[in-house]
Design a protein around this ligand. Sequence first.
Ligand code: FAD
Ligand code: EPU
Length: 339
Amino acid sequence: MVKMNILKNRSLKEHNTFGIDAKAKYYIEIKDIETLKALARNELQQLPYLILGGGSNLLFGGDFDGLVVKIDLKGKRAYEKNNHVILEASAGENWHETVLYSLDKGLNGLENLSLIPGTVGAAPIQNIGAYGVELKDIFETLEAFNIQTGEIEHFSKEECQFDYRYSTFKGPDKGRYIILKVFFRLHRNPVFTINYGSLNALLQNEKGLLNARKVSEAVIKIRQSKLPNPEEIGNAGSFFKNPVITLGYYEQLKREYPEVPGYKVNEEYIKVPAGWLIEKNGWKGKRFGHVGVHAKQALVLVNYGGASGEELIHLSKEIQAGVMEEFRIHLEPEVTIIK
Ligand code: FAD
Ligand code: EPU
């Protein structure tokens, strides 16, 4: 018999970086596969459930009337395979500590993704990305638990269907799997991605002397200069995705706003920074009671303390309406809203 430690009416305040004081009707921490298998045979078939990592990409609109399953599986190792190195990490490992572990081993590939909050298991869900690199660029495979069948399955890069802030786990396979382990394909040769404007500027004088740790440190410096630390001010990073619009519409916008930035996706589409649209629409640095728009990054909504999920959802809708009215562009939330 597997012993289940299911807690009742547990506050989630310490389990979401927005710091929303929502409650879970039931809550369990998973530290081994046997407990997960037992849970999948019973509770997960009967109750609404939410799989939780570090809670850094979630917004609780209210209490969760079901079972919150916090993934706390631990373990990581690195080993040689052909001409590269595989880093294998369990879902409950902290993401940034995993990046630092790879740097300690002299491995290259994860440095641009330094200081992203959360866990390894959540990283493939939205194909985390920053400073010119996405998880898919260093992804080898993953191991996931099928909640219906109780089987462990492997997903190749193609099967994950990675795209900008997207994977099959946000699409057709939403809610069907629990990611157990992720395998990264890293390398020892010094090839770095430093095209991203602000990163390139910071590393200008380091070109011949570059190493993964220097890239990581530069990324950390940039992030700390504009993103609020969730331990100080509640937030979940970018609240919205950067919208992708047609080049034709972009040209039209440019006639009215010649300075509108854009990054070409392909011959047809271009990505416009949501932060620019929100700032231009007048929201940057504004505070409304407990909630507001960060003064150094307009794409980040914040909880100054004591906010409810509803207050943040209300603010996000007002911003969407303002941007729609001024630019005719829909902003889609990047954060997962749990209602
Ligand atoms: P959670 O918020 O707990 O969960 C996110 C989603 O994944 C939920 O749908 C959850 O059900 C699901 N999930 C979690 N674990 C598992 C699992 N093991 N199996 C199946 N499903 C699971 N993101 C970026 O991409 N780039 C950034 O630069 C970035 N910067 C950020 C900066 C700040 C200050 C903050 C607060 C957030 C930032 N984020 C960024 C968002 C966030 O860090 C990532 O989305 C991260 O991967 C979320 O990890 P988590 O463990 O906290 O996931
Ligand atoms: N901008 C403004 N005003 C602002 C913020 C941004 O005008 O207040 C414009 C500027 O033109 C700036 C551009 O937007 O040059 C890009 O800004 P930044 O480099 O800060 O990146 P971002 O597009 O706002 C994205 C990701 C971040 C990721 C960074 C770095 C999304 C939704 N967000 O933000 O990811 O860290 O790039 O790669 O794609 C997250 O997903 O939570 C997240 C923080």
